[in-house]
Design a protein around this ligand. Structure first.
Ligand code: FES
Ligand SMILES: [Fe+2]
Length: 375
């Protein structure tokens, strides 16, 4: 696939940066009521990649996902599929499962009064059963959570009404499918707490023109940030970035995924930053109105032709160290924003056309919480 403009009749500048400048009131980052509305209207209704599939390699493996004030148990069933259910006992609300591991007996026992749950979250045994109302126990289970495996990741949504995953991903799913991510493996991971609203974190990763300033000694030498081309795929967005010394050597007709760094936002909180042979993926999880947990992964494909596994591993290690340097530079700027987050001297952001993805993102957020436009 070659790069094509989104609409006809656009100027070159509009094709690169599709939206006009906009303004954003600081309350979108600071208002606790708005934060709660975002959790409910956006995070309780979206799909998220929550773990690499390889974290559940064999039947009866389990893990937990704890974000957004929710806890979900994810299990590998004997038929190889995955199940997910809320990690809360239906008797009196105890937490059922901690951490991850292998559950050879395929049963989880509540640590409080011993209700037993199977791998799919159904109650299979109740102590003092005769002392309960039998009707209340019939078919009892911890509520299921919708879960899918796709592209090497376990995805879940807390909503029964969200569209099927492929429909939710739309164009971004079609883009990611071209990488063959099922054949990739997760080699490194890290997490970092950032003392700002989750949208400040997302904003920080959805434009490139901070690169020559924040990443002068790292990323600036690697990507041709001025030549980023932005595309909107509501509610998601993406951009292509030429890689210095690499993209120029690619045939002009080459698929952009084979010649560029392609940077995909899966709305609301996940970035897939894809090089032709490997990618970094990260998600920004809201902790509170002014705190975010960023979880990042390095995911690599098989060694390219002519490289041994050892050479490829060394390359991946070097690449991960570079990513950590870049992430450290972004984190420093972001955490310094926290020191002025309550400033009386700042009332609104000014977004330029190079920040079109931010404008589109904030419009999506506003629309989903029932605002006409960002405040
Ligand atoms: S809360 Fe789980 S058995 Fe009582
Ligand atoms: Fe950055």
């Amino acid at each position: 696939m070659t790069q094509t403009p989104q609409k006809t009749g656009l100027t070159a500048a509009e094709r690169q940066y599709p939206l006009p400048p906009s303004r954003l009131d600081v309350s979108v980052y600071r208002d606790p009521d708005r934060y709660r509305a975002e959790i409910e209207a956006i995070f309780h209704r979206s799909w998220f990649p929550v773990h690499p599939s390889s974290d559940l390699p064999t039947a009866r493996d389990f893990l937990t996902w704890d974000q957004l004030g929710q806890s979900v148990v994810i299990t590998r069933l004997d038929d190889g599929s995955v199940a997910a259910w809320h990690n809360v006992c239906q008797h009196r609300g105890a937490r059922l499962v901690d951490g991850s591991g292998h559950c050879g007996r395929a049963r989880f026992t509540c640590p409080w009064h011993g209700f037993v749950y199977d791998l799919e979250g159904a109650v299979s045994s109740v102590p003092l059963r005769e002392s309960f109302d039998e009707d209340a126990l019939r078919g009892l289970r911890s509520p299921a959570v919708r879960v899918r495996e796709w592209g090497g990741w376990i995805w879940l949504t807390l909503s029964g009404a969200a569209p099927p995953l492929e429909d939710y991903l739309g164009e971004i799913g079609r883009q990611l499918a071209g990488y063959g991510l099922e054949g990739f493996s997760t080699r490194f991971r890290t997490s970092v707490r950032l003392k700002v609203n989750w949208k400040i974190v997302m904003d920080a990763f959805n434009e490139t023109w901070h690169v020559p300033f924040t990443h002068r000694d790292t990323l600036a030498g690697m990507v041709m940030w001025r030549d980023a081309v932005i595309r909107l795929a509501s509610p998601h967005s993406w951009m292509t970035l030429p890689i210095r010394g690499f993209t120029q050597r690619a045939a002009p007709s080459a698929d952009h995924r084979e010649s560029h760094l392609c940077h995909y936002l899966v709305f609301p909180n996940t970035i897939f930053s894809c090089f032709p042979t490997h990618l970094q993926m990260w998600s920004a999880w809201p902790v509170s109105v002014d705190e975010t947990l960023l979880c990042a992964y390095e995911v690599v494909g098989p060694p390219p032709a002519g490289r041994t596994e050892e050479e490829w591993q060394r390359h991946n290690e070097r690449d991960w160290r570079q990513f950590l340097d870049v992430l450290g530079e972004d984190s420093e700027v972001i955490n310094n924003i926290a020191t002025v987050a309550g400033s009386l001297g700042f009332r609104h952001s000014m977004l330029n056309t190079a920040e079109s993805r931010l404008t589109a993102f904030h419009r999506e957020v506003a629309e989903r919480i029932g605002e006409e436009e960002p405040a």
